[in-house]
Design a protein around this ligand. Sequence first.
Ligand code: ZN
Length: 224
Amino acid sequence: MTQPEKTAYALEELLESNKKWAGTMVAKESEFFKKLEAQQSPQYLWIGCSDSRVPASELLGLAPGELFVHRNIANVVVHSDLNCLSVLQFAIDVLKVKHVMIVGHYGCSGVHAAMTGKRIGLADNWLRHVQDVHQKHERYLGDVLNSQERQNRLCEINVMEQVVNVCQTTIVQDAWERGQPLSVHGWVYGLKDGLLHDLKMTVTSPDELAPRMATCLGRYEDEA
Ligand code: ZN
């Protein structure tokens, strides 16, 4: 069998699998897709890594319609990224989500490449944002830690910095200003055990941001 035929066969299987899934959903609840079509009202916005091993809705046990999602390499929130900002704006202003979670994961190839300076292509320019985080926090990521621990810690600190970036957007600042209830959280996912860890970087108002970050980084200082 030639390569293109093989690919076509695999795609047919995917479409078959989709049919089965849709059938199962309807078997469970006959009006499921009708309801979904009429309305989406998620309470959560997930900003995570594109990594295929971190399936957002699945690992939270949420059904379609319950989670609004944005993903990119190494879960980075850049102040001028119109794609991510548009998702954030729609989620907060239109869908009125109550929680935004930035979710990193241990073993992130993007974070690893940023830490080691390994070249992977165009994405090097994107990962420059993670390298900036690395440089900013070199004090905590110094020689004391072995390479694995340093990488894990950079995954965590990268999440915390992205929580800061989300909180500093005009979108979140304006929502808080008008009294809209909104919490921003920092989580990290373990590929080894499938568990999410709360980094205790939850921010619910502008005043909380700086002290929360200081407390979270202070944890590392105490350990050093
Ligand atoms: Zn990743």
